[in-house]
Write a protein that binds this ligand. Structure first.
Ligand SMILES: [Zn+2]
Length: 276
């Protein structure tokens, strides 16, 4: 498939008391890695994440996003979607197989960086000595790591520490809406000389037309629609919330918007809303 000149984005997800566990995305496939390299969506199957083997079970909606290697992605977070986990794994995989020299992982504040480094990155490395751990070299500070031949810089967007001289090929902006928005362009400037210029923005949405919501509007806006096994109709839970929820025998179910049958959250399809 040809690479389209649009951004790919993950869409809005809901999480209402754990009833929803889904997300929406935008996907743009592009030619992946070399033939000899295990693709990202396969590589993760050997990873231990949060003490458990990685799996797509019960997170079937993630299979397609894990195959998405569009250079510019926007993801709207919702609780339990696992998008920060995906970003973190993409960093580890990209450091080893992506050919990047520098990866810049940005959070709003320095304390966010510390929490992420100590709470997510370090356990990921510790839990995966044979896959990720063995790629780690010399540096092991909380805000800079060398994974294979790439440097991973973890920084807060509220501070302007001297990053001007470092080469960056891939930038992740996590919790974008909490960060000063003028720092976004400054961060992107770090990639001026990169042959990759890859960006992943993710955040819980806050205000309409701001931050992640504004960025998502620039994408092809993929949404995860559930397909009814009875009548084949597609239902967007977000659009039909809360009507998509029905109480049957004292249980809350996700219901088809046409025939009201119970929907299986693992059966669905990513559908772009923005055609341009
Ligand atoms: Zn139906």
């Amino acid at each position: 498939m040809n690479r389209r000149n649009v951004n790919a984005g993950f869409g809005k997800g809901f999480s209402a008391e754990g009833i929803f566990d889904f997300l929406l995305t935008s996907i743009d496939q592009r030619t992946g890695n070399g033939k000899d390299t295990i693709p990202f969506h396969e590589w993760v199957k050997d990873i231990t994440l949060d003490g458990k083997p990685f799996t797509y079970d019960r997170h079937e909606y993630l299979f397609e996003p894990y195959q998405d290697n569009h250079p510019h992605q926007v993801e709207m977070k919702a609780t339990q979607m696992g998008l920060t986990s995906k970003a973190m794994l993409r960093v580890a995989y990209g450091a080893r197989y992506g050919g990047y020299r520098g990866i810049l992982y940005l959070f709003p504040s320095k304390s966010d960086v510390t929490d992420f480094s100590k709470g997510r990155i370090d356990p990921l490395i510790d839990e995966n000595p044979d896959t990720i751990g063995k790629w780690l070299k010399d540096t092991d500070a909380s805000n800079i790591k060398r994974i294979w031949n790439a440097f991973l810089y973890l920084r807060g967007m509220k501070s302007r520490v001297g990053l001007k001289s470092i080469p960056v090929d891939f930038i992740i902006m996590d919790e974008l809406d909490e960060a000063p928005q003028n720092a976004v362009d400054m961060a992107v400037e770090r990639m001026a000389h990169s042959e990759f210029k890859e960006i992943l923005k993710l955040s819980n949405p806050t205000l309409p037309d701001y931050g992640i919501d504004a960025a998502f509007q620039e994408t092809d806006q993929r949404y995860w629609l559930l397909k009814c096994e009875k009548c084949n109709e597609y239902t967007c839970l977000e659009d039909t919330f809360p009507d998509c929820l029905k109480i049957v025998n004292g249980q809350v179910i996700r219901a088809c918007q046409k025939c009201h049958s119970e929907l299986n959250p693992s059966i669905g399809q990513w559908v772009p809303r923005n055609h341009r």
